[in-house]
Design a protein around this ligand. Structure first.
Ligand code: BGC
Length: 251
């Protein structure tokens, strides 16, 4: 059987990254293409940049695309950390205009990373109730049970003691408020304890750039659920997007 290859694109606050993905391993094939996210990151500007990436890669088949928004019936519905003009954008119409030769499949960024961790990451992620969280500008979440995704969980917006979780414990808040790992881990513990009291996951996977420094903070967490660092590097979104597009798992 030939190699299954897909194409994924991850739209982040600072960069838009894409590449070919080996769909048996989740590894990137060839170079990852990265272009700075246009500012303001309007749907049209982002779609134009994605078209450039697809053109550079000379990819002419389906593409998976992640965005930091709720995506329901391929319509973006929320803009917490992305330009407001995304709200109510019909992603199918948008990408049909800029990618006339590729069918686009759009999903939430954390959902894509979660699918990739379950499909291609640590074998222990494959079964049970898994909660993946990404700590970055916001807090992204993916709820997956035995490999099946419950999309758009948006747990970063859960209000805990009068404050949205991501305004209290994201990696950005750690930087802006100059928190050390100890203090920040206390905040993350509070958030994780709230999630575990509601969802009782069998494991929590933590991702985002700060998971590279996981030795400094995972051991300080005081929740009951086992917490493991993401096993894929920061290409999980790209891999998950390509996988979701191939499998037709997109909301
Ligand atoms: C957004 C989510 C996104 C997360 C991480 C949140 O602010 O609402 O859709 O997954 O940030 O980017």
């Amino acid at each position: 059987m030939g190699q299954r290859i897909g194409f994924g694109i991850d739209v982040g606050g600072s960069g838009i990254k894409g590449g070919r993905v080996d769909l048996d391993t989740g590894q990137l094939i060839g170079d990852r293409i990265k272009i700075f996210t246009p500012q303001p990151a309007t749907p049209e500007a982002v779609a134009k940049t994605i078209a450039e990436i697809v053109d550079i890669a000379q990819w002419d088949s389906d593409v998976g695309i992640t965005i930091p928004s709720v995506v329901q019936n391929q319509i973006a519905l929320l803009a917490a950390n992305i330009d407001d003009s995304w709200v109510n954008t019909n992603c199918q119409e948008l990408f049909a205009k800029y990618l006339p030769n590729n069918k686009a499949h759009v999903l939430n960024d954390a959902d894509a990373a979660g699918l990739a961790e379950v499909q291609f990451g640590d074998p222990g992620n494959k079964t049970g109730a898994v909660l993946l969280l990404t700590f970055g500008t916001g807090i992204g979440s993916a709820l997956i049970h035995d490999g099946l995704l419950y999309p758009n969980s948006e747990l970063g917006h859960l209000v805990i003691d009068g404050m949205e979780a991501e305004h209290f414990a994201s990696a950005r808040v750690k930087d802006v408020e100059g928190l050390g790992f100890e203090e920040w881990a206390e905040r993350v513990s509070k958030v994780l304890k709230t999630y575990e009291a509601l969802f009782w996951p069998s494991r929590i996977i933590v991702g985002g750039g700060i998971s590279r420094e996981h030795e400094k903070w995972i051991r300080r967490l005081t929740c009951k659920t086992p917490v493991v660092p993401a096993s894929l590097d920061n290409n999980a979104g790209i891999a998950g997007a390509a996988f979701a597009a191939e499998q037709g798992i997109y909301p």
